[in-house]
Write a protein that binds this ligand. Structure first.
Ligand code: NAI
Length: 334
């Protein structure tokens, strides 16, 4: 019994997910896909042997599909996630769950109304072997409490439409999620400061930025987002504990001797850097769906991510420190 998956949104990441489901992972098959760009979507369907649906909601409702992956642009996540929830189907939605906290709340309400956990958010760093090593070391207690975390999120470059807000809301949202998972606690406040602006900043993008998060217990986390760093895709994380510091492993790329130097290549982009995390995430999701459950990041995690990111944007725009105010976590998500 193969899990029949329908993918809505056949853009950059949607295609990598279809590919991993059909060619790398076990127990599932992407049997259908949909995209508002019919011509391109059809070509993707042909390439991977899927059935193309012009209407994503029709695909989701179809009895040819058991579970859904949502990889459209952010604005349409709510529409398709809600359709999947209403159809009673498991759905993995790429991050962010939705661009606004209100939309995340509507998704939670729809899920709670159905009375069954169906939604998983694509915060794949929780599945990355490196972050899992850090979590195991922290949870062992051997190094005492975490006191400070230094994170870095650098992209070689970014599309022209990238805005200052997107550095927090699309880029650092990964750190926002993975840090609360790693430390096992919620945030208290947030602040965003601007270092000297790179000459590659644009009218709509000020780059780089540094976000400071403080957790309820007082752990201080700094996250540098430098989305036009030029040299590659580079993710760093150092957790300073009372009795030791823990560093996120670098990808194991072979060292090259050339041109009178020793060079270790850096990944070019997210698809290369986090390939293991995506594969592990999707295999875990497939396995869980087949056991009729979800065990990854929930709609609540999507909501917390969104509230934190939008509060960080307010903090940045007003150059103030802001308290992160969450609603009471519903029993359903505890
Ligand atoms: P993309 O722009 O390459 O693809 C988006 C696709 O959605 C396009 O093919 C577009 O035609 C389609 N689309 C737009 N409106 C639609 C609608 N109403 N109905 C159906 N299809 C529609 O973007 P990309 O990079 O693939 O990103 C997609 C999502 O994945 C975003 O939410 C993004 O944040 C997330 N993402 C997550 C990453 C991660 O690290 N977990 C990495 C890259 C993207």
């Amino acid at each position: 019994d193969v899990l029949r998956v329908g993918v809505v949104g056949t853009g950059a990441i949607g295609r990598t997910h279809i590919e991993r489901i059909n060619n790398t992972l076990q127990g599932a098959r992407a049997v259908a896909c949909s995209d508002v760009n019919v011509e391109f979507g059809t070509s993707v369907a042909e390439k991977y042997g899927c059935k193309f649906f012009e209407d994503g909601e029709e695909m989701i409702a179809s009895d040819e599909v058991d579970a859904v992956v949502v990889t459209t642009i952010d604005e349409f996540h709510e529409k398709y996630v809600t359709a999947a929830v209403k159809a009673g189907k498991f759905v993995l939605c790429e991050k962010p769950l939705a661009p606004k906290a209100d939309a995340c709340k509507r998704i939670m309400e729809a899920e709670m109304a159905g009375g069954k956990h169906l939604v998983q958010v694509g915060f794949m760093r929780r599945y990355d072997p490196g972050y899992n090593q850090l979590k195991k070391m922290l949870d062992s207690g051997e190094f005492g409490d975490a006191l400070m975390v230094h994170c870095c999120h650098r992209n070689a470059t970014c599309p022209d439409y990238t805005t200052t807000a997107m550095s927090v809301e699309n880029t650092m949202i990964h750190e926002i999620d993975v840090m609360r998972w790693l430390l096992g606690e919620e945030y208290d406040e947030v602040e965003v400061v601007f270092p000297k602006a790179s000459r590659k900043s644009t009218e709509i993008l000020r780059d780089p930025q540094i976000m400071y998060l403080t957790t309820k217990s007082g752990v201080r986390i700094d996250v540098e987002a430098f989305v036009k760093c030029g040299y590659g895709y580079d993710i760093k994380c150092e957790v300073c504990c009372e009795d030791g510091t823990l560093n996120l492993p670098e990808p194991a790329n072979a060292m090259i001797r050339t041109n009178a130097s020793r060079v270790t290549p850096i990944c070019k982009d997210w698809s290369e850097r986090f390939i293991d995390a995506y594969n592990i995430e999707f295999q875990a999701w497939i396995n869980a769906c087949k056991e009729n459950r979800v065990d990854g990041p929930t709609s609540w995690d999507g909501y917390v991510g969104q509230v934190t990111a939008s509060t960080a944007s307010i903090a940045r725009d007003t150059q103030t420190k802001q308290k992160i105010v969450l609603e009471e976590c519903p029993e359903f998500y505890k």
